[in-house]
Design a protein around this ligand. Sequence first.
Ligand code: NAI
Length: 341
Amino acid sequence: MTSEHSQSHRTKVTLIPGDGIGPEITQAMVRLLEAAGAHVEWEEKRIARDTGRSSGDPKQSAIVNSIRKTHIGLKGPLTTPVGEGRRSLNVSLRRELDLYANLRPVKKLPGVRTPFKDVDLIIVRENTEDLYSGLEHTVVPGVVESLKIITERASTRIAHFAFEYARKWGRKQVAAIHKANIMKLSDGLFLNSVRKVSREYPEIEYREVIVDNCALQMVMRPQQFDVLLLENLYGDIISDLGAGLVGGLGLVPGANLGEQCALFESVHGSAPDIAGQGIANPTAMMLSAVMMLRHIGQEQVADRIEKAIYKTYKIGRHLTRDVGGNAKTEEFTDAVIGALE
Ligand code: NAI
């Protein structure tokens, strides 16, 4: 990583605006980064509008090739057709680039009214296997089989990621979330792999929680959790629940991390119900950009942007509709830019 002080060049980043509200929140984020003086040069890659599809095989796609070259991507949401059509491009990107760790910090922002004052969780989701393997087939008409793939290699790798993260950032506890009481082999393998890894980190408390109980505990007393480690599907569901605890999907950023590449994106989807109206909340996208800037060594500008976002929430005069305000995406963005110190 280049030090921010010695950095005169701009880091190339693949920018994928996505579809639905994607282009609106991407534009807001780009405007903020430019105003804050981030040293970034965008290599923009669009997908075919309205379809949520890239052209051709994702393996060959311009998006994958660009991220392989730049090693860093920042992405708006991509629509995935339900129940038909090709496989999700989101899933393909994570798989193709081996972005095995999905990291989602769920943190309460000042001024957003929520049931709990002090939620600060890290969700670590395995990103490459589980029921997202896409291995489904019709056995006989009316009977479908969908394969859940869990490997020791991927479970061990994501467990190391979660514990290393906890160690690096001074987190006290890692909770493995599972359903090994029912899926004794698959979730059993995940749990055993995590358990083994946990022994290498004696200073970090380790606990195991069954996923349905986890959902209950999250809405009753989320403060008891610190780092949550989950398989792909449970991670998907529990991170939306986490977003609900801190004020909604518009607020939670995320990173998909691998050995070679990293792709940053909000937790939310393309929000077709509000697309094109200029009312989407760009905060999650902006905070994803903050994570990206830290990843590429631009901590100072990342800190300035994050502070400006927090200040805008604290003042609370220009918030978007999803968090109780009536500002448009652009007005909120102007307020954050105005709050830059
Ligand atoms: P969604 O996250 O797009 O929307 C759920 C609800 O949250 C909607 O009411 C929406 O208006 C609201 N919302 C989401 N983001 C918001 C924002 N930034 N500001 C204000 N309100 C916001 O989830 P949904 O409807 O299930 O999915 C829509 C599409 O997005 C689907 O095709 C899905 O596959 C895709 N998707 C893509 C993701 C990605 O690209 N990483 C992640 C999740 C879903």
